[in-house]
Design a binder for this molecule. Sequence first.
Ligand code: SF4
Length: 212
Amino acid sequence: EAALARWRTLASDPGARYDRELHIDAGAVRPSVTWGTHPGTAIALDAAVPAPRDALDQRALDYMQARAGQPLRGSKVDVVFVGSCTNGRLSDLREVAGLLRGRHIAHGVRMLVVPGSESVRRAAEAEGLDRVFTAAGAQWRLPGCSMCIAMNGDMAAPGELVVTTSNRNFEGRQGQGVRSVLASPATAAASALAGAIADPRDWLAASTEQAA
Ligand code: SF4
């Protein structure tokens, strides 16, 4: 509360003018994934991968085995990684559990769920989220970097495609030759269930129908 009170003193002056203003309709933002090898290559998962603008883009396309003009939605997924220091909050884990509850991840998909801290781990286990993950076929891990940086053997095999909620998708970040696709926890969970990059809104809609 003390920090919040101080931040509120940093408001812009009344009538302040800006070089540039951006207005974003958050309701129109579609679930997004990365097609390339840095976080700036995000596109809506049902949008076409853009044509390469330069040699670096072409290298990224080649590394990711992505095709310009085709969406990533539907691409086969080998591994799904949720959590670490990024997107490993309790709210993220609840979101993932909400999608996995009563379901099982696709055959052949390996899924790791890593809480963002020890306190998150304890809180998640107190709610039974760990049991939701393991019942769905995912691994419930201790807090740590894990597959965010291919730590302690948590890595994928060359050529495998990892949908990851961590924050970097550089070449080799999750293992030599591994293709990392950054995504939200909900998109990661939906992709684990589908065995391919999937739109979480489809699975959320199915969950709502089940509940009704
Ligand atoms: S390696 Fe990944 S999980 Fe570990 S501190 Fe860096 S960004 Fe966070």
